[in-house]
Design a protein around this ligand. Structure first.
Ligand code: SAH
Length: 352
């Protein structure tokens, strides 16, 4: 495509690498887990999904315990989070009875895995959130927003120009600067002080998703919980990354064979949700969120029935999920709700 019609934006390149029907990354088998390319929080420990399950039950009660609601997950991967969530939600059988399980997943092979992992329940599969049925919804998404492509702009003598992908004379992919300029109104504060070469990332597709979901929540009631790596305040910097076989790779090498993502700008998404009239509690970190939900207590309870080896595995999982130097601080937790609710793990009633 580049040879035929010239350079493309980084976002288009990323989209094609990830979503191409035949050769896109998400068509591949076994991308998540020890033998794949990366490990996610639900794959580290059952405690992650369990705590989120308890959170969902609390959110459902806050919503007035609707007798029928959509329990949805975006990009469920292997279905591990949902499996653990449903098991923990057993504390309130009325919640499970009211829940219509819905998974939003584009990959056929991952749908298969999710079905296997959730045996006993028949999830409905959707391609996109626009197809959510007209009823209240409780939605969770872990490491989903980061896979939606972002555009990148760099400061040049002309303004903030879009970064694109081109091929050199030898046919190798390389970064280039496109003529497209970013409207300065879209830049966060402090842009004037950024030097030439500085990078700004903007993900309109993420904003569009949050806006559509926010509209659905405003109309039909509900809450959504997003956990992902990113920042709570908009800023500058290049966070585009390729991950393959549990290590960082060059995003331009082996397109379609590595996971391409970038950090999520949560403050931007919070603004989008608030524009739709939603309640947005102050963004928190994964570490604070899980500890507030009882991560240590849950680890203690699981450890009591296990041997020394099991206890040391639990200890390592707690550290990995909540430790400042591991996932605890980089990963943020972001919720949006149709009205002000007391949501566990977030500062009570505080609107960001
Ligand atoms: N939440 C899982 C998996 C994260 S990987 C976990 O934490 O382990 C991202 C997931 O999003 C995969 O399941 C992928 O197939 C799915 N996905 C990617 N793009 C998507 C899209 N546009 N719509 C729905 N699902 C998508």
């Amino acid at each position: 495509m580049i040879a035929n019609s010239g350079p493309m934006s980084l976002a288009d390149y990323t989209h094609i690498c990830m979503a191409d029907n035949r050769e896109g990354y998400y068509r591949r088998q076994a991308i998540i887990g020890g033998s794949g390319d990366f490990i996610t929080a639900p794959e580290i420990s059952q405690m992650f999904g369990e705590l989120i399950g308890i959170w969902c039950v609390a959110a459902w009660r806050q919503l007035g315990a609707p007798a029928s609601f959509t329990l949805a997950e975006l990009g469920p991967g292997r279905g591990t989070l949902m499996r653990d969530l449903l098991r923990a939600a057993n504390v309130d059988p009325a919640f499970l009875q009211a829940a219509e399980l819905t998974l939003v997943e584009t990959s056929p092979s991952l749908r298969e895995k999710q079905r296997d992992n959730l045996s006993g329940r028949q999830p409905a599969f959707l391609e996109r959130i626009d197809d959510l049925p007209d009823r209240p919804v409780i939605l969770v998404a872990n490491e989903f927003l980061d896979v939606i492509p972002a555009r990148q702009f760099t400061r040049t003598g002309k303004g903030w120009q879009e970064i694109g992908i081109d091929v050199d004379d030898a046919g190798r992919l390389r970064k280039t600067v496109l003529p497209t300029l970013l409207d300065p109104d879209l830049l966060p504060q402090g842009a004037a002080a950024e030097p030439e070469g500085a990078v700004f990332e903007w993900a309109p597709a993420r904003e569009a998703l949050i806006e559509r979901l926010a509209r659905h929540l405003a109309t039909h009631q509900g809450v959504a919980l997003f956990i992902d790596y990113g920042h709570g305040r908009s800023g500058f910097g290049d966070t585009y990354q390729a991950v393959s076989r549990h290590g960082f790779a060059d995003p331009l090498e082996r397109p379609g064979e590595a996971d391409l993502t970038s950090h999520v700008d949560f403050s931007r998404l919070a603004a989008v949700a608030r524009e739709q009239g939603l309640f947005v509690p102050e963004i928190t970190t994964q570490g604070r969120f899980l500890l507030a939900l009882g991560l240590l207590e849950r680890a203690g309870a699981l450890g009591r029935t296990g041997d020394a080896e099991a206890r040391s595995r639990l200890h390592a999982a707690v550290e990995r999920l909540a430790g400042d130097e591991q996932m605890g601080r980089l990963f943020k937790v972001f919720a949006i709700a149709s009205r002000q609710l007391v949501l566990p793990g977030f500062d009570a009633g505080k609107d960001a």
